[in-house]
Design a binder for this molecule. Structure first.
Ligand code: HAM
Length: 440
């Protein structure tokens, strides 16, 4: 048997119901904040990611799914969206059509990492990119947006961490200071960090090695090297967050694993998901546009991992989706009436009533069992009484059954199903041939 690739996942019911709730919440929240959706291709030219995320990063160095197509072009399955969104803005000159473009997305991403809980090779992110403004209010909004979504899901066990990397000029100076600090300690660093000392020195802050952590504790802090203007920007972001009553923690070691960041960086981490604790990450990337050959366009964004968020939901024992149910199950009690039952099913569906019927030629008893399995609120019996234009509706919660005359009481029937409002005379239990309790 052929199986799904390691690190990828099939998602179906009941798990998919949580995805549906999350996706609806994302859509609702972003539209509320006036972000419009952007969809970009699943693969791009490899150079796009190499140039933006950075050659010396883990993503570009180790994790990309890169292949050469038949035309000899090097292509890569997108490991993230920021580069693609910026590419799309520049390619379509969207920055010339309006000064600020605010996009959100929900999309699969691909990274060849070692799979474990909360870490997949095909995973899903939702996120946002606001391209065209340097306003610190937008930095704060990028933290607020995922916060609101996590809080709306009922999650509580998470923390917002925030830092600033300042402008590239000051950061280069800071890197030299860091180099001077680390040079004499080089032999005490882990092998990985010794490599990063040469290629991507800031990432030594990300090391999980106890020796590295000890050494980095006393390292010079980037905040002491940023410009006054950058400090002011950062303080404004913090002030807006404070006014919005968001709890956050400043973490000077938060450098993030992608090279395009300038100024604000942030992550939301959870204690509910194990080692892969980052639910969300983002920040400002004011130089990405020019790195890709465009003009200087300030921008800020974030992305959140949907698998990790849903893992946190599970581990915090939150019920997101209602038990699946349908409004009406149409039970055919006389097989001759199947045509009418199908027409009726279609009619109810067109009225916006969630409806299903039997397609397996099952007995009435088995149809009732199916209605119960589907948590049907009502069962509509279609049988020989239809020759007199009558149908019988059973409220599955109360067990009450009502006969409706289709010519005179169709509206009442629909109202009853939609509103659950018993509007007509009840039929005495003994009058009704299908009311056998063993059928429930
Ligand atoms: P990132 O930190 O690489 O940032 O990814 C964002 C989130 O995606 C992570 O916090 C995590 O929840 C999720 N994630 C990453 N890798 C995996 C994986 N292998 N399996 C499951 N979930 C994963 C970015 O991607 C930036 N583009 C964010 C950004 C947008 N910055 C500015 N705008």
């Amino acid at each position: 048997m052929i199986k799904a690739i390691k690190g990828t996942k099939d998602i179906f019911q009941p798990e998919i119901f949580n995805w549906n709730v999350l996706e609806n919440l994302i859509l609702e929240t972003f539209l509320n904040y006036n972000y419009s959706e952007i969809r970009t291709p699943i693969f791009e030219e490899t150079a796009l990611f190499a140039r933006s995320i950075g050659e010396a990063t883990d993503i570009v160095g180790k994790e990309m799914y890169t292949f050469t197509d038949k035309g000899g072009t090097s292509l890569t399955l997108k490991p993230e969206m920021t580069a693609s969104v910026m590419r799309a803005v520049l390619e379509h000159s969207l920055h010339k059509k309006q000064p600020l473009n605010k996009f959100f997305y929900i999309s699969p991403m691909f990274r060849q990492e070692r799979p474990q809980a909360g870490r997949l090779r095909q995973f899903h992110q939702f996120g946002a990119e606001a391209i065209g403004s340097n306003d610190p209010y937008l930095d704060a909004e990028m933290i607020m947006l995922p916060y609101i979504i996590l809080a709306s899901l009922g999650l509580t066990n998470f923390k917002i961490k925030i830092n600033t990397l300042g402008s590239p000029k000051e950061r280069e100076q800071y890197k030299l200071v860091l180099r001077n600090y680390l040079q004499p300690k080089l032999n005490d660093l882990s092998e990985e960090s010794r490599k990063r000392f040469e290629t991507n020195i800031l990432r030594i802050f990300d090391s999980k090695d106890a020796r590295d952590i000890e050494i980095m504790k006393d390292a010079p802090k980037i905040e002491d090297y940023i410009s006054d203007a950058d400090r002011e920007h950062f303080e404004k972001v913090l002030a807006v967050l404070a006014v919005s009553q968001l709890d956050f923690e400043i973490d000077h070691t938060l450098v993030r694993g992608l090279d395009y960041y300038t100024h604000t960086t942030f992550e939301i981490v959870s204690d509910s998901v194990g080692a892969q604790s980052a639910l969300c990450g983002g920040g400002r990337y004011n130089l990405l546009s020019s790195q890709l050959g465009g003009p200087e366009i300030p921008a800020v964004g974030f992305a959140a991992g949907m698998e990790r968020i849903l893992l946190a939901v599970k581990n915090e024992n939150i019920t997101l989706a209602d038990k699946n149910f349908i409004d009406t199950y149409v039970v055919v009690t006389d097989k001759e009436m199947k045509n009418s039952a199908y027409s009726f099913t279609t009619y109810l569906r067109m009225e916006g009533i969630r409806t299903d019927m039997d397609f397996l030629g099952r007995s009435v008893k088995a149809q009732m069992r199916e209605a119960n399995r589907l948590n049907a609120r009502y069962v509509l019996f279609i049988g020989e009484e239809l020759s007199e234009n009558k149908v019988i509706l059973k409220n599955m919660e109360t067990g009450e059954q009502t006969e409706f005359d289709l010519q005179e009481e169709l509206e009442e029937l629909i109202d009853e199903i939609i509103l659950g409002d018993l509007s007509d005379e009840d039929i005495e239990d003994e009058d009704f041939p299908f009311d056998d309790p063993s059928l429930n």
